[in-house]
Design a binder for this molecule. Structure first.
Ligand code: PAF
Length: 306
C-alpha cells in the first residue's frame, strides 16, 4: 500500500508518560541503557494490545533489564487503505497497558518518522513471503520485513519477542535477522488462547458474536491434525483433507488454506522431518483469522512444541 502521510489516524496529542516518538530519542536512550549494562528487550506491536501482547511484554520484562514496546500501525503491510483505516487503534490504553505489563518505554512514531519521504529501500524474502499468508496478501511480508528491519536498526542490540500465532512472520523475522547479521536475538512465544481455544488476535474484536462462536473451529482442526500426525499419519494430504473437512463443516468459516509445512522453509516437509507445523487461515464474516500448531512426526521428541 502506498503511504499517505496526510491521512494518519493516530492522535498525536498523547498525554501518557514514558512515550517516545522520535527515532533518535529512542536510539540515544537505548545506547545509554546498554552502556549502563542493561539488557534491552523489545516487543514490536501494532497496538490494540490484548493478553497475548501483554504476555510477550511480561516475558520480555522477566528476561531483560529495560523493555521497549513499539506501537506502530505499519501502512506498508496492509493490502488496502480500508483495512489500514479499520485497524483498531487505542493508543493511550495501549501505552498504559504496556507500562503496567512491564514496558519501560513505549515507542509511538508517527508515520513520517518511520517513512521519511524519499525512502527507496525494500526488504524482501520471496521464498518465505510468497506462500501461505503471502499468497492471499501480496506484499504484506515485504512491508513487515521492511518495518521490522527499521525497528531493529532503531532499537539496536536486543532480544525481540514475537508471538507464534503469526508463525510465518516469525520465521521471516528469524531469517532476515540471520541473513542480515542483525544484532537481535529472536524469541518465539507460545500463542495465548481464549478459553474456547481461539488464538488471541486484535482482529477478534471485529468479529460478530456468531463469528466469535464459530472461529474456534480453527483450533479444533489444528488439534485433530496434530493428533493424526503424532499418531503416525505420514500422508500430509490426508491430514490437510481432514482439517479442510472440519473447517468446512462450520458454515460461517470461509477456508483459505489448511496446510502441513516444514517449520523453516514453510514448504511440504520431506521424509526426514521430525517436526512440522500445521497452519490454517479462514475468513469469518470478512475477518481473516490465522492459527497454527507444532506437531512431532510420528510422536518423535520435539522440544518447545506449542
Ligand atoms: O505482528 C505485528 O503486530 C506486526 O506485523 C509487526 C511485527 C509489529 C510489524 O508491524
Amino acid at each position: 500500500m502506498t503511504i499517505a502521510l496526510e491521512r494518519e489516524v493516530l492522535p498525536r496529542n498523547l498525554s501518557v508518560p514514558g512515550l517516545v516518538d522520535a527515532v533518535s530519542s529512542l536510539s540515544d536512550l537505548l545506547v545509554g541503557r546498554r552502556a549502563a549494562g542493561d539488557r534491552v528487550g523489545f516487543v514490536p506491536t501494532m497496538g490494540a494490545l490484548h493478553d497475548g501482547h501483554l504476555a510477550l511484554i511480561s516475558r520480555a520484562k522477566s528476561e531483560s533489564d529495560f523493555v521497549v514496546v513499539s506501537v506502530f500501525v505499519n501502512p506498508t503491510q496492509f493490502n488496502s487503505r480500508e483495512d489500514f483505516d479499520k485497524y483498531p487503534r487505542s493508543i493511550e490504553q495501549d501505552a498504559q497497558g504496556a507500562t503496567v505489563a512491564g514496558a519501560d518505554v513505549v515507542f509511538v512514531p508517527p508515520i513520517a518518522n518511520m517513512y521519511p519521504p524519499g525512502g527507496l529501500t525494500q526488504v524482501s524474502l520471496p521464498d518465505l513471503s510468497g506462500v501461505l499468508e503471502g499468497s492471499s496478501r501480496p506484499g504484506h511480508f515485504d512491508g513487515v520485513a521492511l518495518v521490522v528491519t527499521k525497528l531493529f536498526s532503531i532499537v539496536g542490540p536486543c532480544t525481540a519477542f514475537f508471538g507464534e500465532k503469526d508463525f510465518q512472520q516469525l520465521q521471516i523475522v528469524r531469517r532476515l535477522v540471520s541473513d542480515l547479521f542483525l544484532p537481535v536475538h529472536v524469541v518465539g512465544c507460545e500463542t495465548v488462547r481464549e478459553e474456547s481455544g481461539l488464538a488471541m488476535s486484535s482482529r477478534n474484536q471485529r468479529l460478530s458474536r456468531e463469528h466469535l462462536r464459530a472461529a474456534p473451529v480453527l483450533y479444533r482442526a489444528l488439534l485433530r491434525a496434530r493428533e493424526l500426525i503424532e499418531g503416525g499419519e505420514s500422508n500430509f494430504d490426508r491430514v490437510e483433507a481432514e482439517m479442510t473437512l472440519i473447517i468446512s463443516s462450520e458454515p460461517l468459516a470461509d477456508l483459505d488454506y489448511a496446510r502441513v509445512v516444514d517449520c523453516e522453509t514453510l514448504t511440504r516437509p520431506d521424509h526426514l522431518a521430525d517436526q512440522v507445523r500445521v497452519l490454517v487461515a479462514a475468513n469469518f464474516g470478512g475477518i481473516r483469522l490465522i492459527d497454527n500448531l507444532g506437531a512431532r512426526v510420528g510422536g518423535s521428541d520435539m522440544k518447545g512444541r506449542s
